[in-house]
Design a binder for this molecule. Structure first.
Ligand SMILES: [Zn+2]
Length: 257
C-alpha cells in the first residue's frame, strides 16, 4: 500500500470512529441500576457521548433531573413539571441504556392492549428471555400513565425515598412512542430485569417513565440484542465507596411501579 493511501485511510478511520462507536445488536449501559438506587445521581457520560453509542434508549440525567427518552438519535428530557426539554449535550447521565435500533420483528398490536398483555405479545414474538430486546411501540393510546422524578441536591437521598412523592401524569387519547427494553433475569443489580418502558408523545410535549397504558392502534418493533456493554464510573470515589453487595431488588420493585 502506498504511504499516501495508508495515511488517507487512517484519517478516515479516525473521523468515522469519532462519529459513532455503537456495536450491532448491542446495548450500551452507563453505570448500574443498584448504584442509581443507592443514590449516585452524578453524571458519568455526557448526552453527546451517549449519542455516539446509539440512537435509541432511556435513562436519567445529572442530579436525577427527569426521565430520558432517546428516539431517532435525539435526546428528550421529561422533567418533574411534566414538560419535555432538549437537554444540552454536555449534560451528564448517571444511568442510561442505549443501542442502534434496527428491528428484526414487527407486530401489529390490537385495541385495548395493556402493559401486561403487551409483555405477553412481545414474549411470544421473542421467546428467548435470556436475550435483550429493544422495544419501540408507535401508535395511539386510549390511556397512558407516566411519572418523572424531581432534580435532587446533595446529599442525595436513595431513589426509593424520592419516588414515594413522584409526580404522575395521566393522559387520555394520546399518540406517541414507547421506547424501552426487555432485559434478561440475570441482569439483577445491573439493569432492570424484565420490561422498562418510557413514553414520548408524538407532539414531543409529554412523556415519562411508564406506569400503565392501554393501546388503541399500535405497532411494535423489536430489536433482539445479544450484546451488552457496560461502562462504569472510573474516577468516582462515591461509586467506589458504595456498598453494592446488598440485594436491592425489593427497592427496585417499589421504584418501578
Ligand atoms: Zn424509567
Amino acid at each position: 500500500m502506498k504511504k499516501t493511501t495508508f495515511i488517507y485511510l487512517s484519517i478516515l478511520c479516525i473521523i468515522f470512529s469519532g462519529c459513532s462507536i455503537s456495536r450491532p445488536d448491542t446495548i450500551m449501559q452507563i453505570s448500574t441500576i443498584d448504584s442509581l438506587i443507592a443514590g449516585n445521581y452524578d453524571g458519568h457520560m455526557s448526552c453527546g457521548e451517549l449519542l455516539q453509542n446509539g440512537d435509541f434508549g432511556l435513562g436519567t440525567f445529572q442530579g436525577l433531573d427527569g426521565e430520558m427518552v432517546v428516539l431517532d438519535g435525539k435526546i428528550y428530557q421529561i422533567k418533574a413539571d411534566g414538560n419535555v426539554y432538549s437537554p444540552d449535550l454536555n449534560t451528564g447521565s448517571p444511568f442510561a441504556s442505549i443501542c442502534d435500533f434496527k428491528p428484526e420483528k414487527t407486530v401489529t398490536i390490537e385495541n385495548k392492549t395493556d402493559f401486561k398483555a403487551m409483555e405477553d405479545i412481545i414474549d411470544m414474538a421473542s421467546p428467548n428471555k435470556n436475550l435483550f430486546c429493544a422495544i419501540r411501540i408507535d401508535g395511539d393510546f386510549s390511556f397512558m400513565e407516566t411519572r418523572s422524578v424531581p432534580a435532587q441536591r446533595k446529599p442525595y437521598s436513595p431513589l426509593s425515598e424520592i419516588t414515594k412523592n413522584q409526580p404522575r401524569f395521566k393522559m387520555r387519547n394520546i399518540s406517541g412512542t414507547i421506547v424501552g427494553f426487555r432485559c434478561p433475569p440475570f441482569v439483577k443489580g445491573l439493569n432492570v430485569p424484565g420490561y422498562h418502558l418510557h413514553f414520548l408523545s408524538k407532539d414531543r410535549t409529554k412523556g415519562g417513565h411508564i406506569l400503565s397504558f392501554e393501546t388503541k392502534n399500535a405497532e411494535c418493533k423489536i430489536d433482539i440484542c445479544n450484546g451488552f456493554y457496560m461502562v462504569l464510573p472510573k474516577d468516582d470515589d462515591v461509586f467506589g465507596g458504595t456498598d453494592l453487595t446488598k440485594n436491592r431488588n425489593a427497592d427496585l420493585q417499589k421504584i418501578e411501579k
